[in-house]
Design a protein around this ligand. Structure first.
Ligand code: NAD
Length: 252
């Protein structure tokens, strides 16, 4: 049986975040789902979670999200930093505003949310920080400088939080997936198909799965199961880790 916990999950209106919210609710956790898209409310409430609308590129909004979880549920035990976006352009042309937006959302927000949730976890003597990074936290691909820089930075944040949290019952880990079947990837498939004049299936096989040993996309639920493990009591000895779920991409 799973000890019921209070979880704050970001980026929950679709994809991996939505799957994590559903899975946590099934396990009996109390969940605050945080997203800037108001559509996240229906997704959250259908799963049995609470919803808080926040644009996490704003530091005050990050702090408000944690304050809301504490107001509604009394504490934060589990923080899942999942909200993310992509923008593809060569370094030479990459817009500064996009760079800053991606770093704010995908590196600064996880830092500020960890900082804001820390006192509650320390007081309980138990905490789990789970950062949804990417295979692009380990290796690069052209055109994704901001995303890849944010994800590599997230690994540094994870390791530092793990060292500081070790004596306080707080673990911090990162998950590094390859391509997961979500709207973020559907959009990339459509864009690449247009760009290269290819069928969508060809884009999946020839571009997305080029480096994969297992030739299929990952299901959001497969990532959610790993999040649930890292959030569990059983994972207390796992910290500072970057856990690949990448179809064998980085094995080569
Ligand atoms: P998604 O687009 O389905 O979900 C991203 C969520 O983040 C959405 O709900 C969106 O509304 C929310 N969001 C975006 N900007 C926000 C903001 N400013 N404030 C608050 N919320 C915001 O994408 P996904 O594929 O489920 O991605 C989730 C995470 O997993 C991201 O960090 C992504 O980088 C990572 N990831 C995805 C894949 C993949 O192949 N899909 C692979 C590796 C890592």
């Amino acid at each position: 049986s799973v000890t019921p916990r209070v979880a704050l999950v970001t980026g929950t209106s679709s994809g991996i975040g939505e799957a994590v919210v559903r899975h946590f609710c099934r396990l009996g956790h109390q969940v605050l789902a945080v997203d800037f898209n108001p559509a996240g409310r229906e997704v959250a409430e259908e799963a049995g979670a609470s919803f808080f609308q926040a644009d996490l590129t704003d530091g005050d909004a990050c702090r408000a999200a944690v304050a809301e979880a504490i107001k509604r549920f009394g504490r934060v035990d589990i923080l899942v930093n999942n909200a993310g976006i992509q923008h593809v352009a060569p370094v030479e042309e990459f817009p500064e505003t996009k760079w800053r937006q991606i770093i704010d959302l995908m590196l600064t927000a996880p830092f500020l949310l960890s900082q804001a949730a820390w006192p509650s976890m320390r007081e309980s003597g138990w905490g789990r920080i789970i950062n949804i990074a990417s295979v692009h936290a380990q290796v690069a691909s052209p055109g994704k400088s901001a995303y890849i820089s944010a994800k590599h930075g997230m690994i540094g944040l994870t390791k530092t939080a793990a060292l500081e949290g070790g004596s306080q019952g707080i673990t911090a880990n990162a998950i590094c997936p390859a391509y997961v079947k979500t709207p973020l990837v559907d959009n990339q498939i459509a864009d690449q198909a247009k760009l290269h004049g290819m069928q969508e299936q060809e884009v999946i096989e020839q571009i997305m799965l080029k480096n994969a040993a297992v030739k299929r996309l990952i299901e959001p639920d497969e990532v959610a199961e790993l999040v649930a493990y890292l959030a569990s009591d059983s994972a207390g000895a796992v910290t500072g880790a970057s856990w690949n779920i990448d179809l064998g991409w980085t094995a080569q």
